[in-house]
Ligand binder design. Structure first.
Ligand code: SF4
Length: 427
């Protein structure tokens, strides 16, 4: 039996077009949630992320952060030693001592995240209790929060989901009406959206997370959520449990996604259609024109996406509908139907969706399909390039500003670049 026939095909329960999903379990080639620290610490300018883990964890965060380790970093690792692991030292006392001395040295830090890892979870070090204990000593000057970024529990962007969820219990209650944009966005993108909401008469608007961990947004029954990232499902469920409602929309990638996303908020705030069109038309025109030259490069090309960040489904929708790419397979580490229902409805009915990973089988499918472009992690990119396949490193999609009208062409360019490079090298 071939590998392709081996895979159980489960029909989804989705209403509308039923898309078959390959569910696979096996060897995986993905990051753990600690990687989220790289963009979260850039966003939250008053926060420090202390991983409680091993040297492996320290190496991972340092290599993912690259040159940033040479700036005064706001992340680090409290390395569990043999004495902690063997129970000779009281790991809780050690942790308290490390945190206090860190905060004495860095008085500008107003929020400290204790980030759980595989080793801290395996030895059952209770970081939630440690955070409570430290808060008794440190509040209101410093707030200590905890979440897990371990590879056992989280894949890549799920680290952000866990970090944001840690805020939900401490969010003040409000009955005031507000729009809350959920998901970490680069400051430049946040500023653009803020301006656009203002022009559309939508407000007050808060972004979660904001630029300072100390400024915790309020939440309540009149809060409407607009989701900026597809991977924050647990946070969104925690926010809705506090009374908030979600505005159904695709994600703001490309012209179509951004327009539909803004429109969802505009409808909720009853922005007149004429005003919506007046604000968005010039932005749409400019972004569409900027996309055009990339479209000629991508149209008709066959795309294979390996699971990585949960951004795969919205990005596949953008590349298919706006850039004319054909989708061979779209893999996601975790298919959260609540979070991507609007996106699934926009995918072509013949797309192969896969959830989870069995690396060898998936690579067999890549080799059999020989797509024009394969989106994958750094661990696979060079080996696949050596086999003659063009690849796009998926991590860049998380680290680069890609949301909204003004970034639509930059997003498309990320996919054009490897194809253009191959063309140049072939000459
Ligand atoms: S948390 Fe786990 S998967 Fe991540 S670097 Fe540490 S040991 Fe590795």
């Amino acid at each position: 039996m071939s590998n392709l026939q081996d895979i159980p095909v489960v029909l989804s329960q989705r209403t509308g077009t039923d898309l078959p999903v390959l569910r696979e379990r096996g060897q995986r080639e993905v990051f753990c949630g600690l990687t989220g620290i790289v963009w979260l610490h850039r966003k939250l300018q008053d926060a420090f992320f202390l991983v409680v883990g091993s040297r492996t964890c320290a190496h991972l965060v340092q290599s993912a952060a690259g040159v940033m380790i040479f700036a005064e970093p706001r992340f680090g690792t409290a390395i569990l030693t043999d004495r902690d692991l063997a129970g000779i030292a009281d790991a809780n006392d050690e942790l308290d001592r490390v945190c206090i001395s860190l905060l004495e040295r860095r008085p500008e830090i107003k929020a400290l995240f204790l980030v759980g890892s595989c080793p801290s979870e395996v030895i059952k070090l209770d970081l939630a209790r440690a955070a409570e204990r430290l808060n008794e000593r440190l509040l209101p000057q410093v707030r200590v929060l905890s979440y897990s970024g371990s590879g056992i529990e989280t894949t890549f962007t799920q680290g952000e989901d866990n970090a944001l969820k840690a805020f939900v219990p401490i969010m003040p209650q409000t009955d005031a009406r507000q729009l809350l944009v959920v998901g970490c966005l680069p400051d430049v993108v946040e500023d653009q959206f803020r301006r656009q909401f203002e022009q559309l008469g939508i407000g007050p608007v808060n972004f979660f997370p904001g630029r300072r961990a100390q400024d915790v947004p309020s939440i309540g029954p009149n809060t409407q959520l607009l989701l900026a990232q597809p991977f924050n499902g647990e946070t969104v469920r925690a926010l809705t449990a506090r009374g908030a409602t979600v505005l159904a929309a695709p994600y703001p990638f490309g012209v179509e996604g951004t327009t539909a996303w803004l429109r969802a908020a505009a409808r909720a705030w009853q922005t007149p259609d004429a005003q919506f069109d007046a604000v968005t038309a010039p932005l749409i025109k400019r972004a569409t024109a900027a996309l055009e030259r990339y479209r000629t490069k991508l149209a008709g090309k066959r795309l294979f996406m390996l699971p990585d960040s949960q951004l795969e489904i919205p990005l596949a929708r953008f590349l298919n509908r706006e850039m004319g790419m054909a989708l061979v397979e779209v893999g996601t580490p975790y298919l959260d139907r609540q979070m991507v229902s609007e996106e699934l409805a926009l995918l072509p009915p013949d797309v192969v969706l896969s959830e989870g990973q069995h690396l060898e089988r998936q690579l067999d499918r890549v080799r059999a399909a020989r797509p024009d472009l394969t989106v994958c992690g750094l661990g696979l990119a060079n080996p696949l390039e050596a086999e003659g396949l063009a690849t796009k490193w998926s991590i860049e999609l998380v680290f680069s500003p890609i949301h909204g009208y003004d970034q639509a062409a930059d997003l498309a360019e990320l996919f054009v670049r490897p194809l253009a490079r191959r063309e140049r090298l072939a000459v």
